[in-house]
Write a protein that binds this ligand. Structure first.
Ligand SMILES: *[C@@H]1O[C@H](CO)[C@@H](O)[C@H](O)[C@H]1NC(C)=O
Ligand SMILES: *[C@@H]1O[C@H](CO)[C@@H](O)[C@H](O)[C@H]1NC(C)=O
Ligand SMILES: *[C@@H]1O[C@H](CO)[C@@H](O)[C@H](O)[C@H]1NC(C)=O
Ligand SMILES: *[C@@H]1O[C@H](CO)[C@@H](O)[C@H](O)[C@H]1NC(C)=O
Ligand SMILES: *[C@@H]1O[C@H](CO)[C@@H](O)[C@H](O)[C@H]1NC(C)=O
Ligand SMILES: *[C@@H]1O[C@H](CO)[C@@H](O)[C@H](O)[C@H]1NC(C)=O
Ligand SMILES: *[C@@H]1O[C@H](CO)[C@@H](O)[C@H](O)[C@H]1NC(C)=O
Ligand SMILES: *[C@@H]1O[C@H](CO)[C@@H](O)[C@H](O)[C@H]1NC(C)=O
Length: 662
């Protein structure tokens, strides 16, 4: 009986202790010890007491905190960044952040704020970023400005604000970013914007507001970094309203889901002439028509974006576009690259005609005028090139970047890129390549650093495929195949001695010969994942110091220890998803693994192979004793006894014989 009572008392004590420990236990995730915690979506109704007082970054989003008081955060005196996204906060009382002097960012996104006390944000000396997106605000006037003098970012998008009217004491000294997108502002008056003239280099977003009127002069002589009127219905209303302004970026594009936007006639752009602007975005706008007159007020631009503008051609007799450096013509419907009239833009350094909606014919010499072009993106444009690429790229002698990926097919002959000897990046991925070049198609590309040939079905048997690429740093051969699945010692990589990164994933490789990569002395990153390799052939590399090796998803069962010991310095190896044996015959790997966990990538996927009792166990958790088993020991003891007995008998016999002879 006494014993049972004793048991009960013990059980009681145990329960108390488990309750207290539950209370103290940290439910949040520690991102950086004592500094950065994530308590996202844990159903919490208060800030956990266990958070260290010196916490600086706290993500408390998706919890439940209907009201904020002066005691809610008073333990966390070092807070710098506080995320309270969607915590069902309705009431923010006086001096909520009075104890958080260092607070720099407060995120209140997605809380329906019914009450914001005048001193709600008092306390932090230098609050810089305040996010009040989707908080049900109906006026900027409702934002308590107390202590916001150092504000740099104010995000009040997706609310019901109908006026840009700003209070006279609105903080402008440090303000760099004012986001008012997706509100209900229809009209802007001179009085509204007076205070904004004090800002410098401001990014102002009015995207998604259905602006129908701007009082003339409302923005007169203002200066911005970026002005965003994305999705507005009538561009001419905007341009008339922002006469005489200066801005680096003017965003006038629209979006798929915006209905009723007016097509742009040349007259609608005439007010652009009095605006000082460098970059204009007109994505998804349609032109009725796109004519020489459309460009009359665009002559001072450096950067023009006409993505998805329904274009089939650009008139060849446009003049005055000599300042333009970057032109974006993505997602249009050109049949022929000549239709972009490249000679109209002789100073271009960047041209992008990506994701063309028609099969794009590259013709011959259509880009010849672009002698300063450095960057050309023609990816994803259904291009088929029967004799790539000298005729097509004629004159582009300064080209450094060429993207021809995701096209149909190209036939490459000897010296296919002779016209652009300065290429540094060449991307041909996901395009069927037919290479009929005994001397290599790239042999003049001495400056090339990055070559992407992934998914190109190239013939890797061409010994001189990579001839001339003496400065190549990165070669991607993902999903190409090698003869019989073997990388021979004598291979095409001999030609690229500067290579640092080599991607050979999904190449159906069965084996790599023992000196295959010996000529690549700078190699630092090798991806051999998703092949059929059965051995970890580290001897194939000449230098394994600070190397990244990915052998994941292969068929490796055993790894002898000496294949691993050469991985020195800060080397990393990914061995995940291999059928590794966790038996004594693999003890070399198992012991090395435990001693070198810092070198292992993806340990969660590095597990013992299926069919044994240890199947699925992480390699680091396996403990094997690989001395002799008991059976072995008994056997050995028996053997020893037999040997001793036998030699005794022999000795006795020998002695007897000796004795008899005497
Ligand atoms: C916090 O607010 C309460 C009233 O809501 C007030 O009585 C108390 O003095 C305040 N605490 C501090 C430290 O200001
Ligand atoms: C203006 O603002 C932009 C973006 O915020 C920034 O990249 C740029 O450096 C700023 N320019 C000046 C002169 O401060
Ligand atoms: C705009 O400002 C200029 C001088 O900066 C002035 O001459 C002009 O009258 C102003 N226009 C309007 C409509 O306020
Ligand atoms: C430009 O060419 C078009 C025909 O392609 C013609 O209608 C137009 O008048 C020309 N404009 C100028 C300014 O020469
Ligand atoms: C596009 O260019 C080709 C070749 O120069 C020409 O035949 C065709 O008429 C042009 N198409 C348009 C829409 O200008
Ligand atoms: C080339 O374009 C494709 C598709 O547009 C893109 O995914 C890829 O990153 C680009 N290549 C380079 C080297 O930038
Ligand atoms: C080709 O490889 C380069 C370098 O890894 C990469 O930047 C680019 O995105 C790749 N291209 C495609 C189409 O994936
Ligand atoms: C290890 O390699 C596999 C296969 O390439 C890859 O999916 C995985 O992301 C890699 N692990 C890490 C942590 O990068």
């Amino acid at each position: 009986m006494a014993c049972c009572i004793y048991c009960l008392i013990l059980m009681g004590l145990f329960c108390v202790s488990c309750k207290t420990s539950e209370h103290v236990d940290m439910v949040c995730t520690e991102i950086t010890a004592n500094k950065n915690y994530c308590c996202e979506d844990l159903g919490l109704t208060e800030i956990p007491k266990a958070l260290p007082a010196i916490t600086e970054i706290l993500d408390f989003s998706f919890n439940f905190l209907p009201s904020l008081h002066n005691s809610t955060f008073n333990m966390l005196k070092s807070l710098v960044y506080l995320d309270l996204t969607r915590c069902q906060i309705n009431w923010v009382y006086e001096n909520v952040f009075q104890s958080n002097a260092k607070l720099n960012t407060i995120v209140l996104t997605g809380n329906l704020l019914l009450f914001l006390a005048e001193t709600a944000f008092a306390g932090p000396y230098s609050l810089k970023h305040l996010v009040l997106t989707q908080t049900g605000l109906t006026s900027i006037m409702f934002i308590p400005l107390h202590n916001l003098d150092n504000l740099e970012t104010l995000l009040i998008g997706s609310n019901h604000i109908s006026s840009l009217e700003l209070p006279p004491n609105f903080p402008t000294r440090e303000l760099r970013y004012l986001d008012l997108q997706m509100n209900n502002i229809e009209s802007i008056s001179t009085r509204d914007t007076k205070i904004l003239k004090q800002t410098q280099n401001l990014t102002l977003s009015l995207k998604g507001n259905a602006i129908v009127h701007i009082e003339p002069g409302a923005f007169n002589s203002s200066s911005f970094y970026s002005l965003d009127f994305g999705g507005c219905i009538d561009i001419s209303v905007i341009l008339a309203g922002i006469q005489n302004i200066q801005t680096v970026i003017l965003w006038l594009g629209t979006f798929q889901d915006v209905e009723g936007t007016l097509p742009i006639s040349p007259v609608m752009l005439q007010d652009l002439c009095s605006i000082s602007v460098e970059n204009v975005n007109l994505q998804m706008r349609h032109f009725r028509p796109l004519s020489t007159a459309t460009f009359l007020c665009l002559t001072k631009l450096r950067n023009l974006d006409l993505t998805h503008a329904g274009l089939t051609a650009i008139p060849p007799n446009i003049s005055g576009m000599k300042m333009l450096k970057e032109l974006n013509l993505n997602e249009n419907s050109f049949q022929h690259i000549c239709n972009i009239s490249s000679a109209v833009f002789p100073s271009l350094t960047h041209l992008s005609v990506r994701m063309n909606l028609e099969e794009l014919n590259l013709g011959s010499g259509c880009l010849e005028a672009l002698t300063q072009l450095q960057y050309l993106d023609l990816s994803n444009s259904q291009i088929e090139n029967s004799d790539c690429c000298n005729e097509q790229l004629k004159g582009l002698s300064n080209l450094q970047y060429l993207n021809l990926s995701y096209n149909k097919q190209h036939w490459l002959k000897n010296g296919a890129f002779n016209e652009c000897a300065k290429l540094e990046v060449l991307d041909l991925a996901f395009t069927h390549l037919h290479i009929s070049a005994s001397q290599g198609s790239f042999h003049n590309l001495h400056l090339l650093q990055i070559l992407n040939l992934s998914h190109t079905f190239i013939n890797t048997g061409i010994q001189h495929l990579l001839t001339g690429l003496q400065n190549l740093v990165l070669l991607n051969l993902d999903s190409n195949s090698f003869d019989s699945g073997i990388i021979l010692n004598d291979n095409l990589f001999q030609e690229v001695p500067s290579l640092k990164e080599l991607i050979l994933s999904s190449c159906e490789l069965i084996s790599v010969q023992s000196r295959a990569f010996h000529s690549l002395r700078d190699l630092k990153h090798v991806d051999l994942s998703h092949n059929k390799l059965t051995a970890l052939s580290t001897e194939a590399f000449s230098n394994l110091k600070n190397m990244y090796l990915n052998f994941a998803n292969n068929r490796i069962h055993f790894i002898p220890r000496d294949m691993l010991t050469s991985l020195s310095g800060k080397s990393i190896i990914n061995l995940s998803y291999n059928p590794l044996e966790c038996s004594c015959s693999n003890i070399g790997l198992l012991t090395w693994y435990k001693q070198n966990l810092d070198k292992i990538e993806a340990p969660e996927g590095t597990v013992c192979c299926e069919h044994k009792s240890l199947a699925g166990m992480k390699l680091s958790a396996v403990t094997l004793s690989c001395g002799m088993g008991t059976a072995g020991a008994v056997f050995l003891a028996l053997a020893v006894i037999i040997v001793i007995v036998a030699s005794l008998i022999l000795t006795v016999r020998f002695l007897k014989r000796q004795y008899h002879q005497i």
